[in-house]
Design a protein around this ligand. Structure first.
Ligand SMILES: [Zn+2]
Length: 172
């Protein structure tokens, strides 16, 4: 078991476009294991590799829904998003102490590869759809605070500004 440091906003690794994984080797399996360990230790429901400083297209999900308690996906991609949207509160291990409402498509279809190398298609709604979208955003350098309504942006601005101006522990 290896816990990794979770990178916090405004760490630049969180803003990078993550690289696709070409080969699912032992290195990738080790990253996935560390992601699960770190996510569970921090009580997260999802994690993306850039959050532990690895700019690769890997996500892990752990929600209380059959088949998705321990899901990892390599090179995940949203192939369809519903026009219908839903608003719900989100938080992020990389943006601690901030919770805000985010509007997203209610349903998505996601393609990806499992750690065993099989292609999967996930037809997601509810919390699963939200977590998958949040984590896939991380692979594209997008954070949930980028998706806030004007009202939510205004409300959270003081805390976000505070994080922007505070030196991150790694740069101390
Ligand atoms: Zn996040």
């Amino acid at each position: 078991m290896a816990l990794r440091e979770v990178k916090k906003y405004p760490d630049t690794v969180l803003r990078k476009q993550a690289a696709p994984v070409d080969t699912i080797d032992d290195g990738v399996h080790a990253i996935i294991q560390d992601m699960f360990d770190t996510m569970e230790d921090e009580f997260g429901v999802g994690l993306a590799a850039p959050q532990i400083g690895i700019s690769k297209r890997i996500i892990t999900v752990s929600i209380n829904e059959k088949g998705f308690e321990h899901l990892s996906l390599i090179n995940p991609e949203i192939v369809h998003a519903s026009k219908e949207t839903a608003v719900s509160e989100e938080g992020c291990l990389s943006v601690p102490r901030i919770n805000a409402e985010v509007e997203r498509p209610r349903k998505v279809v996601v393609h990806g590869t499992t750690r065993n190398g099989s292609a999967v298609e996930i037809d997601a709604s509810g919390l699963l759809a939200r977590v998958l979208q949040h984590e896939i955003d991380h692979l594209n350098g997008v954070l949930f605070i980028d998706r806030l309504s004007e009202k939510e942006k205004k409300r959270t601005k003081p805390e976000i500004d505070d994080m922007t101006h505070r030196p991150s522990p790694s740069s101390r």
